[in-house]
Design a protein around this ligand. Sequence first.
Ligand code: MN
Length: 305
Amino acid sequence: YDFALQAHGQQTRKTGELYTQHPLHTAYILAQMKADLPTIAAGLMHDVPEDTDTTLADIQQQFGSEIASLVEGITKLSKIRYTGVERYRESLRKMFLAMTDDLRVILIKFADRLHNLRTLEGVDPKKRLRIAKETLEIYAPIAGLLGIWRLKWQMEDICFKYLYPEEYKKLEYKYEIEKKVELNQYIQKVRNIVSKKLVEAKIEYSIEGRFKHLYSIWQKMTTKDRKFDEIYDVFALRVIVPTVADCYNVLGIIHTLWKPNYNRFKDYIAVPKPNGYRSLHTTVFGPEGKATEFQIRTPEMNLES
Ligand code: MN
């Protein structure tokens, strides 16, 4: 941090804040992802060679080759420019991955991009749209491929807000303000019923409510031509229990309480997704016949997803 601070000196960003706020936030996002120490250090220094008089050789000398090569990877990646031309998109994605022999570089690039998105307000409108479009078309899908969902949906929602401001505002009002209050009450009700049964069965558990993010709801509305009220899987209850045996036990308890929708049952524990994702998914006709999705998993599976 001191090194980056010294290198960037009194540089400011378009938002007016001191430049070092940006690498600091980038490093913070990486720390939240539980990235390792070299990755966080490289995050702090990721813009140094490109934007200051301090060189990669200086970083190498002070911090060694592991951190220096991560910073170098970021510098290389920043040279790929987005053209927006359809047929380049796929090759760009491939290049993005191929240019990087250390996946940690991609993580830093994502954290860098997420912070840039969060501060997009300070960028001129034309560039703002370009960055949002590029993120939605290239970064977010790659984050999805790698299974980094938290980053993917955060990036998508910010881009959605800038690219489709009207639709975003409408949906935000409907969903965040009207619908979530109602859903939270419903989730509380279901949670109470399930909790009672799990206590009786002496299963240690935690239950959290999960909401779908705005962009994925909007995507469903547009690709399947549905109205907001016709999209029922906007929330899920996640049940976390100690062992795999507990997972199946909980599934049995839930299916005894409410009838499952046969088509919506997925056993990703017995057959994980290609990216390694594991969990049991089931949608039941809960209280009032309302379609209610459960995701059942162990703490390890939850950490990995
Ligand atoms: Mn940066």
